[in-house]
Design a protein around this ligand. Structure first.
Ligand code: KG4
Ligand code: ZN
Length: 333
């Protein structure tokens, strides 16, 4: 079964062709990062305009690379939400047009489910149940994945997402957008014990996250150092900040796996490409007998293939949308 899938929820215009939900025939991604960089973050109006300009070309390229035509496609998947409303609309309109013209099923996909499903593409034998830690620019979730289409949201951020905290701290350090990869790189050169930043665990049994206090604490530290005219060692700030955020993510993910009696933890989302997070997860995984999975870098950040995988599993489970499918910018899991 061939799935054509479209992702336009934020600043990547992407279209992919998948065979049976796990095999990627093409995954064309046009990133707008260079354009938004100038503004220090994603500008929604510009994102929508760029999606319109790019989408037809990207769809065409995805078919060409997969060496298939529209007539070979069996189902169309598209991100329904969460995301930027104007950006989502471009993907949904294109997907509806294709589904209508070819008279094939249209499947609306939750973007967060897509991030989880990126792992099914990467790890051909991975099967639920497992715990998934989804950490991206817009979301931080701990999810109990019970089946391919069955998810229980256990914890989420109460303020900033993990990636957002990385990006905001990076910005304060004068690093370009998106800052996560720069912090990752600098953290390797710094001392993670140089500065004591808070690890906000919230209530004893809580699986929620809160990163805005940590971000404020870094900003306060930078201000104080500037006022005292003292030298700021960017590498030490990056390493100490990253260690604080990772301590919380790793602790909560393993605690949840233990509570649910599961020995598989799967990572997803842009921050899952953080090398420090991967190292820590694998180390602790070895200590505790827990298997750790994460997608390759290209499948961590937003892409059409992950949406195609989710659409395939949703379709198999009997889920189908109609041409009245609406964008849901605030869609939860
Ligand atoms: O999943 P994604 O592409 O988009 C959203 O759905 O939000 O995630 C982008 C986020 C950005 O905040 C970016 O800074 C972060 O992922 N990121 C990283 C790394 N690579 C990307 N954060 C930390 N370390 C990295 N290596
Ligand atoms: Zn995403």
């Amino acid at each position: 079964m061939l799935t054509l899938a479209i992702e336009t929820s934020c600043d990547e215009t992407s279209c992919a062709i998948l065979k049976d939900g796990r095999e990627v025939l093409s995954n064309i991604i046009s990133s707008q990062i260079e354009i938004h960089k100038e503004y220090g973050g994603v500008v929604p109006e510009i994102a929508s305009r760029k999606h319109i300009e790019n989408i037809n070309q990207i769809i065409q390229e995805s078919l060409e690379e997969a060496k298939v035509g529209f007539d070979d496609i069996d189902i169309v998947g598209v991100t329904q939400g969460p995301g930027l409303v104007g950006a989502l609309l471009i993907g949904i309109s294109s997907a509806k047009a294709i589904a209508y013209a070819l008279d094939i099923p249209l499947i609306g996909v939750n973007h967060i489910q897509g991030h989880i499903c990126a792992n099914y593409i990467e790890h051909k034998n991975l099967e639920p149940p497992f715990i998934c830690l989804i950490v991206s620019g817009g979301h931080s979730y701990l999810v109990h994945v019970k089946g391919y289409t069955e998810y229980k949201l256990i914890g989420q951020t109460r303020d900033d997402a993990a990636g957002e905290a990385f990006d905001k701290v990076a910005r304060a350090l004068g690093l370009p957008y998106p800052g996560g990869p720069h912090i990752d790189r600098l953290a390797k050169l710094g001392n993670k014990n140089a500065i004591e930043f808070p690890r906000v665990m919230l209530e004893k049994d809580s699986y929620d996250f809160s990163f805005s206090g940590l971000k404020t604490s870094v900003l306060n530290y930078l201000n104080q150092m500037e006022q005292k005219n003292e030298n700021i060692v960017v590498e030490d700030v990056a390493a100490s900040f990253q260690a604080a955020i990772l301590d919380v993510l790793v602790e909560k993910a393993f605690r949840l796996a233990k509570e649910k009696g599961l020995n598989k933890i799967v990572m997803a989302g842009g921050v899952a490409s953080n090398s420090g997070l991967r190292d820590r997860m694998f180390e602790k995984g070895q200590e505790e007998g827990v298997e750790i999975y994460h997608p390759s870098k290209v499948l961590c950040t937003d892409n059409g293939a992950m949406i195609g995988s989710a659409a395939y599993f949703n379709y198999k489970a009997g889920q189908k949308s109609d041409l009245g499918l609406k964008v849901k910018p605030n869609l939860g899991l």
